[in-house]
Design a protein. Structure first.
Ligand code: ATP
Ligand code: ATP
Ligand code: MG
Ligand code: MG
Lengths: 331, 349, 508, 331
């Protein structure tokens, strides 16, 4: 009886298209490294170069990681950049200007992040305003508050302990900052892949009503994700402050677009079609490698902007052709 | 005797020493009764952006000086968008201001139609601390008080010559979009050309102001790695140095590569105290404010406007950084003799 | 003989690697109602979408409509030039736009200079008048009940056809699952009217009685191929069943319980707009059917009990606990071992973009927590086993739910709830869009649950289904329980009669 | 028999909640104007003040109008800010630097806009990459190209004809710039409300699959909308260049977030729940009024950022409560 209708059996075989899709970005990255290695002998392919790049890009990487959490749950959080700045200047003001102990300043910065997340969540989840609108608004509000707190000036003199914990302290020649990124990515990966919570977030992002009728507290999951992204952003702010040894009231927003780019680019790699932490981290370093290489070759900086944009579009294009130009589920 | 290296080094050292001395006041012109000119006049100061503390500091002091002499000074708060500057000038025209002060940053070329409108309406638009004396001021301006950015670069160049004893290899970080950059970099180049045959500018990194936060650090790191002989980085505007400092530290070249810069921004002075930056060429905001108002009032009084904003440049390094205060303040360390000087020149009291 | 309305030859369609249609050929005569039947996933909707120009078929085949060959790929909207009109399986309405906009979409998006809103409105009212329906033209379409939405889509297609000059072809892809008997009758009257005009109709349904009632001939698809064409007059119910699933099946009826079980759950004091239920209870082992005419409100009951829709008053008594309905949430319901299978499959029941295994095991995640988090391997094994147990085809839990046909997706989603062994199973149209073979499998699952002692509440507009499945049926009228049928009294006819009997009484 | 199936009758009566929802923003605007009028006697409530504001905000208003077109069709276009800049500097480079006639420069600028739109459309519609990703990428590429074209410097000396046509030319004391905004808004409104094209766009935005099944050429509509938004952005660039008499290579991006804010805020007014041109224009001027008033009162800069964000969130919140906190259709 019952003829099998379609005949795709379950397979766990090696699949070239699948592999290309998952590791395409990594392969392109390796090719690019090799290319720059040949063009810049002795300079590019040094441990030093990579260790520096890994450390320098860590605030951006943390931000990209922060972003993918609400993105997975179906919400945009544009306020991550502003929250990063808020956290950095909170540490600056409390520790350097008001002389409070570093620990207190750090806690206050993290608490500020949580507060931003809760405010976002209140308007998005309770009042039901689109997340893009709310986080656009909070970005503007936070930017104003930061200007007020810092008088629009960079705040120097942050405790060297923070700098030691982020930049000066090294393991295998790489600043601790990088390991924080890895630790955060690992944590997100474990939660996304190996916990029920991760699956719930995914369902909330892809089918709110389905999730609700399956007994998932959709509101709570969304609130949690928004708070998590704000908290991670404020950790990003700590990393940024530790890296500079100062708190800069302006740069946070500049990290925003690259972080979005990395989050989306990352969704084409490792676990294609889903926002995923390893993809995001690899994307950040992929883009940074290109820019570092170009800069070392003495190419003017405007080229790096073009590279950034073109690499994003082309990488996603390639991944789209591998998938046969299906409409993606993300975005 | 004909050792160009040693001679150049000697000249450089002398220039450095001159600017290490606490500055002295020199009258910008003949004495005049400033109150008589200023009484009842209104001036609108438009900064490049109100988030620039350097400019805001100047304007705050302009307002105070204005109170002393009877000139009403207002700031046009803005976020650095040219259409807000346009709105500011239109506001000044509509509300019968006498002077618009484009203080250090609003490029007159960006708002020419409004300059024409202002001229037609009898509002005098001045710039101060924007052009270098070597640059042509926009003809639509009622007057201009240029500032020697060239001199700032000149001092930075000579500082590196002096410190390296004639073997400076410099990475310059700049922003070509603002007009002061060109004379400033020319000053550095001239210093090396005239006083140091062995010094070189290894590379010039051009970063747009809006991209400082994301691009300076990686670009400087890449430059340091590809130029192992570098021993100085000049972030020509000292607010850049917050991104240069970690770049130098991360590359592990802190011992060998020093940072010299200019503007006297307080947090950079703090960096000097912490040993992360070596030198900063500063100028007194209050002095700039007074010299600016002095120049404008002279013009209103029908007197000759000074050819240059007579504000001295002063070197901060580890030897004198304590005079700037802990934490540093924008206006400390320059002495206060000039205040009395202006008072006398302006016939106050 | 006149030109056939539709001549299909060698049409194939491949999705990725899977061949949904493997080269089908058949003809629809002018002026006939032609059934298109087949198991879930045999390619009916795919064929409809090829006809509409939504999918381009694999090269090779041809389709002629009234003698004119269709160009492939078809330009958007070209189906109108061929005088075709569609009611798609998921209706093809935009929920966030108004009724007027959805109804008049063809006209208000035509290539013209401007929209004459007054005219559109008048045309819409005329349509409503013709069908004896009255909907708020400014209402958001998504706020209509599923039934009203189905009517809207049907009216739209009928209007499309009226506008065409010359004979047309109306394609109805499962228009009936949301329609109560009364709506089906009205639809059939419409179909006859259309055919009377000389138009032809393709009618897709899993309800064999409906097919036998309305069609002249029927083409049966199996596994992407045409397995045969039947002439309705000469074929019995069983002939159809055999054609569709390749074997005969006996119609199965739930054996009535010997003794009535203990009361499992009781709802009291429900009073919502258009719904008024002093008390309703379900016993252990009972399969309670809810039905009624359009607008009678029966289908809201499962959602209210589950906390899926906001309620104002009323209580749920279950397991010795009394919960006010207004404080009921799906989460609390699940904790009380309730389960709800909604009728809106892609919107409320499962996520089409996620894998079958994720959809299937969503409620069970906590059981797969090993020492190192979720045991993915065990989850894979469980999903495969469940796919096999519930005869999901293809049995590949790594496919996305949206890639499965409607019936197979429904089995996955039933499995999702059944693995929790719910005490109270709430179903809304559990076999909508499910073929006759699969329907029996779903019945079996539901009966097994009841035999285990669970209570089942099944809201359905399908009288035959209720007759086969339920041990007790409540017929609603205007938001109240009007008739209760039990035991031998439950037949397809008695249900229909009760529905109408009450409506005429009420109206009178 | 034919019982009426559903019984909600059509109504065309005056409805207070409805009116509040549609004109709430306008009312708040009027109250705000009155407030500033009292606080700033003789200064704020002058024709001059408003005419200046109307003119200076016109580039932002054009950008907000450009945005609502693809937003209605369901695509995000982040590249409008960069396209504005590109157009302004194209005119600057061709006319002021290379000395080509103004007409040629303007045509080239518009052609550049169309090209950007086509590139966006190619990747979004043909390759099927999410619009957010593509336009993030093109923003980066255009930013690089602009820096290359201008050497990162402002270009002055654009033909006075352009300045006359945008700023100096006045009608009722208001620069022509404002009337361009009104003309564009009017055109969009007519298309959106009274043409089949407008409804096609709406159907495409609200239900892509349904639109296709209804015979709408979804691809073509989306391409058209993306090209239209890029073209309008380049018109915005011309207005901007005409207002300044110069081309500034950096400001375009600053208009982006406010334009998004205005587009979303506008969707709460006039035709609530839909992106609409009058709502967008009113929102631009509403936010500008607040900022102008605060600036005139000499309120510190940071307050204006807070005002911007808070006004956006609060206005949308109020509109949400009027609607009973339903999930909105947009976003
Ligand atoms: N877009 C798609 N991508 C991949 N596979 C698809 C797609 N659409 C349909 N299929 C597959 O094609 C086959 C036929 O599906 P189709 O929807 O035509 O079935 P059907 O006969 O209408 O079934 P039902 O009675 O359940 O509606 C199924 O195996 C389905 O999984
Ligand atoms: N989300 C909603 N927002 C606003 N109104 C709604 C919503 N959902 C349903 N309604 C309205 O509530 C009423 C009841 O809806 P429901 O779908 O339960 O229909 P019903 O009473 O069972 O009738 P039918 O038999 O026609 O389906 C309908 O008039 C419908 O328009
Ligand atoms: Mg189907
Ligand atoms: Mg119904």
């Amino acid at each position: 009886m019952d003829t099998p209708l379609s005949t795709s059996p379950e397979r766990r075989r090696f699949n070239v298209a699948d592999f290309t899709e998952r590791f395409g970005l990594v392969l392109v990255w390796i090719v690019m490294i090799a290319g720059f290695g040949i063009l810049l002998p002795g300079i590019f392919l040094s441990w030093m170069n990579f260790s520096i790049m890994f450390a320098t890009q860590s605030p951006g990487a943390v931000l990209a990681l922060a972003l993918i959490i609400p993105l997975t749950a179906g919400d945009y959080d544009l306020s991550v950049g502003a929250t990063l700045t808020l956290s950095a200047v909170t540490v600056g003001v409390l520790n350097a200007v008001m002389g409070l102990p570093l620990g207190v300043a750090v806690l206050a910065a993290l608490a500020g992040g949580v507060a931003v997340g809760l405010v976002n969540a209140f308007f998005i989840v309770y009042v039901r305003i689109p997340s893009l609108v709310v986080t656009l608004g909070t970005t503007s509000v936070i930017t104003g508050l930061v200007q007020w707190m810092t008088n629009s000036s960079t705040i120097g003199g942050i405790s060297p302990t923070l700098v030691n914990m982020v930049m000066r302290g090294r393991l295998f020649g790489i600043s601790y900052a990088f390991y924080y990124v890895i630790a955060i990515a690992l944590a997100i990966w474990l939660v996304f892949e190996f916990t029920p919570l991760g699956r719930r977030i995914l369902f909330v992002g892809r089918g709110r009503e389905v999730a609700r009728l399956s007994g998932i507290d959709v509101g709570r999951v969304r609130v949690g994700c928004l708070v998590a992204s704000a908290l991670l952003s404020s950790i990003g702010g700590l990393v940024y402050a530790g890296l500079l040894g100062a708190a800069d009231p302006f740069s946070g927003l500049n990290f925003l677009l690259p972080a979005f780019a990395a989050a989306y680019l990352g969704a084409t790699a490792i676990i294609p079609g889903r926002f995923n932490p390893w993809g995001a981290v690899i994307s950040v370093y992929f883009l940074a490698t290109g820019i570092t290489g170009l800069t070392m070759m003495g190419i003017p900086l405007w080229v790096t902007s073009v590279f950034n944009g073109a690499a994003l579009i082309l990488a996603v294009t390639v991944s789209q052709f591998v998938r046969g130009r299906q409409e993606t589920d993300i975005g | 005797h004909a050792d160009p290296v040693a001679e150049g080094l000697a000249r450089a050292t002398q220039i450095v020493e001159e600017h290490r001395a606490v500055p002295t006041f020199q009258a910008p012109g003949e004495s005049f009764d400033i109150r008589a000119v200023a009484a009842g006049k209104k001036m609108l100061s438009i900064p490049n952006t109100s988030s620039n503390q350097f400019l805001k500091g100047i304007i705050r002091r302009e307002i105070e000086v204005g109170k002393e002499i009877g000139l009403e000074v207002r700031e046009w708060e803005n976020q650095g968008q040219p259409n807000q500057w346009v709105q500011g000038i239109e506001y000044a025209i509509a509300n019968d201001f006498d002077i618009v002060d484009l203080i250090s940053g609003v490029n007159p070329a960006v708002i020419e139609p409004q300059l024409e409108a202002a001229k037609a309406a009898g509002v005098q638009v001045f710039t101060s601390h924007f052009y270098d004396p070597s640059q042509e001021a926009n003809p639509l301006l009622a007057g201009d008080l240029p500032f020697s950015f060239y001199g700032q670069g000149w001092i930075m160049g000579n500082w590196a010559i002096h410190k390296t004893e004639g073997a400076a290899n410099v990475i310059v970080v700049k922003s070509d979009e603002v007009p002061p950059t060109e004379p400033l970099v020319r000053g550095i180049r001239d210093a090396f050309e005239q006083n140091c045959p062995n010094c070189t500018i290894l590379t010039e990194i051009n970063v747009g102001i809006t991209e400082w936060g994301t691009k300076i650090q990686p670009a400087v790191q890449a430059a340091l790695l590809s130029n192992p002989t570098a021993n100085y980085v000049f972030p020509i505007y000292d607010s850049m140095s917050q991104f240069v400092v970690p770049a130098v530290e991360l590359t592990g070249r802190g011992e060998m590569v020093k940072i010299a810069t200019g503007n006297g921004t307080p947090f950079v002075l703090d960096f000097i105290r912490e040993g992360r930056v070596e030198m900063d060429v500063g100028e007194s905001l209050d002095w700039v404010a007074r010299a600016t108002i002095d120049g404008y009032m002279r013009k209103l009084a029908g007197l000759e406007m000074p050819e240059e904003l007579a504000v001295p440049l002063y070197i901060f390094d580890e030897t004198n950084i304590e005079t700037a205060g802990t934490p540093a303040e924008a206006n400390k360390g320059y002495g206060d003799e000039y205040v009395a000087g202006f008072h006398e020149n302006w016939q106050l009291k | 003989m006149s030109v056939p309305a539709l001549r299909v030859s060698g049409i194939a369609k491949t999705f990725g690697g899977a061949r949904a249609l493997k080269g089908i050929s058949f003809e629809v005569a002018a002026g006939e109602v032609h059934g298109l039947l087949g198991q879930n996933g045999c390619g009916k909707s795919t064929f409809v979408k090829v006809l509409a120009g939504f999918h381009a078929p694999d090269p090779g085949g041809t389709i002629e409509v009234f003698g004119k060959p269709l160009p492939f790929p078809m330009p958007p909207g070209a189906f109108r030039d061929y005088r075709m009109a569609f009611v798609h399986q998921h209706l093809g309405l935009v929920p966030t736009l108004t009724v007027l906009e959805n109804l008049r979409v063809a006209s208000i998006t035509a290539r013209r200079a401007r929209v004459n809103w007054r005219e559109e409105r008048a045309a819409a009212r005329a349509t409503f008048a013709r069908f004896g329906v009255s909907l708020d033209l400014n209402a958001r379409t998504g706020s209509l009940s599923q039934t009203d939405q189905a009517l809207l889509a049907i009216m739209r297609a009928a209007e499309d056809l009226r506008g065409a000059d010359g004979p047309g072809l109306l394609i109805l892809d499962e228009p009936t699952p949301f329609l109560p008997k009364e709506g089906v009758d009205r639809l059939f009257a419409l179909v006859r009217q259309v055919v009377g005009h000389g138009d032809s109709v393709i009618f897709i349904s899993h309800d064999i009685d409906e097919v036998r009632e309305i069609t002249d001939r029927a083409t049966i698809l199996r596994d992407g191929l045409v397995s045969g064409t039947l002439t309705t007059k000469g074929s019995s119910h069983d002939d159809f069943v055999e054609g569709i699933i390749g074997r005969r099946i006996a119609r199965s009826v739930t054996a009535p319980a010997v003794t009535r079980g203990r009361t499992l759950a009781r709802v009291t004091g429900v009073a919502e707009p258009g719904l008024d239920i002093p008390a309703l209870e379900v016993a252990e082992g009972e399969i309670l059917g809810l039905t009624g005419l359009l607008g009678s409100g029966y289908e809201r009951v499962p959602y209210l009990m589950f906390g899926a829709r906001e309620a104002t008053v009323g209580d749920l008594h279950m397991g010795g606990k009394t919960t006010p309905l207004r404080s009921m949430t799906p989460k609390a319901a699940i904790a009380q071992k309730m389960a709800l299978l909604p009728s809106d499959r892609p919107g409320a029941s499962g996520v089409p973009g996620l894998k079958v295994r994720d959809n299937m095991l969503l409620l069970e995640l906590d059981d797969f927590m090993g020492r190192f988090g979720l045991n993915l391997r065990a989850m894979g094994r469980r999903a495969s086993a469940l796919s096999a147990e519930y005869e999901v085809r293809p049995a590949n839990p790594d496919m996305r739910l949206g890639q499965l046909s409607g019936g197979n997706a429904q089995k996955v989603l039933l499995a999702k709830w059944m693995i929790r062994n719910p005490d109270l199973l709430l179903l809304d149209e559990p076999t909508q869009g499910v073929d006759v073979g699969t329907r029996q499998q779903i019945y079996r699952v539901i009966r097994d649950a009841a035999a285990r002692g669970a209570g089942v509440i099944c809201a359905s507009s399908d009288a035959e289904q209720l007759a086969d499945l339920c041990t007790r049926v409540l017929i609603f009228s205007r938001g109240r329980i009007a008739v209760e049928l039990t035991g031998q009294d439950i037949t397809k006819d008695s249900i229909a009669e009760a529905c109408y009997g009450h409506s005429t009484l009420d109206v009178a």
